[in-house]
Design a protein around this ligand. Structure first.
Ligand SMILES: NC(=O)c1ccc[n+]([C@@H]2O[C@H](COP(=O)([O-])OP(=O)(O)OC[C@H]3O[C@@H](n4cnc5c(N)ncnc54)[C@H](OP(=O)(O)O)[C@@H]3O)[C@@H](O)[C@H]2O)c1
Length: 267
């Protein structure tokens, strides 16, 4: 029976745990490493899962998912490193931590996969990008993909693209929330009650997202379909172009990519 351990049961760790349980993973195939007794009890009660020490979880599991903050990664690897063995799979969800960094702190032959998740995983609509380290087999990669598929979609990418992915899908939900906030504020300026503006904007976002996914039509085509010549939408889009919103998005994402690189280098 294959065991999966989750070390670091914060927001993302619990998201993964609950996704796996809902996806049908048996709780006796799951282990959680958690140091706070109160939090351990809470997770045991909520999911019926065994909560043990990090070292025990890492030693028993075939797959170890590490979901601690990047700054806690070094200490955790020092703690569990001696208990890991070749052939085990280590899946890291920590932003900016390279597979080379992890491989240098675990025994030779431990397979490492790096993942960039995003927060819509909380509602099973996550977007995760996975990259293999240097000792990873196809089976290891598939196992990591299956893990993340329990909370959304998964793409396989070369590790050198991880900073760009962080800028697009990792930070992406924040940009979308920013646009939603801006549109709601605009609705209020146009005289709509805040609750009305919120409902209009959120349903417009969900509807547009569903159109993109379900029709598979290019966004430019979808945008042109609602842009009659000389009409209201054309007038609004002209203002967005005048205010260089497209250029601002490019600059924002380049900046996120560069920051991700800096953080990975520890600056
Ligand atoms: N792309 C994204 O949007 C995104 C979103 C979420 C998460 N992530 C990634 O996911 C990771 C976790 O983020 P999060 O938001 O879930 O953070 P979080 O809520 O702070 O969770 C981290 C958890 O790890 C625990 N922890 C710290 N050191 C530990 C150790 N040595 N052993 C066991 N547990 C330990 C913490 O416990 P204490 O509270 O007791 O210290 C906490 O419960 C991060 O590396 C982040 O980069 C990315």
């Amino acid at each position: 029976m294959k065991q999966t351990a989750i070390l670091g049961a914060g927001v993302m760790g619990e998201t993964l745990l609950s996704g796996l349980v809902r996806a049908g993973r048996r709780v006796d195939q799951l282990l959680v490493g958690e140091k706070r007794a109160e939090r351990a009890r809470e997770l045991e009660e909520r999911y019926g899962v065994a909560v043990v020490g990090n070292v025990e979880a890492a030693a028993k599991a075939d797959t170890v998912a590490i979901v601690v903050k990047p700054q806690d990664m070094g200490d955790l690897l020092d703690e569990i490193g001696p208990s890991l063995r070749p052939g085990q799979l280590l899946v890291s969800l920590a932003a900016g931590i390279t597979t080379a960094y992890i491989e240098s702190r675990v025994p030779e032959g431990v397979a490492v996969v790096r993942v960039m998740p995003n927060t819509p995983a909380l509602v099973d609509e996550g977007m995760a990008a996975v990259s293999p380290g240097s000792h990873c087999s196809e089976d290891h990669l598939r196992e990591a993909e299956e893990l993340m598929a329990s909370v959304g979609r998964v793409l396989r990418i070369p590790e050198r693209q991880q900073d760009a992915v962080t800028a697009i899908s990792g930070s992406g939900p924040a940009y979308i929330f920013f646009v939603v906030e801006s549109m709601i504020e605009a609705g209020v300026h146009l005289g709509l009650p805040r609750t009305t503006a919120s409902e209009l904007v959120i349903q417009t976002l969900v509807g547009s997202a569903k159109m993109l996914r379900e029709t598979g039509t290019h966004p430019t085509v979808l945008r042109e379909q609602v842009t009659s010549p000389g009409g209201t939408t054309a007038s609004a889009l002209r203002e967005l172009e005048i205010h260089k919103v497209r250029a601002a998005f490019l600059a924002a994402m380049e900046s996120a990519r560069d920051r991700s690189r800096e953080l990975a280098e520890g600056t």
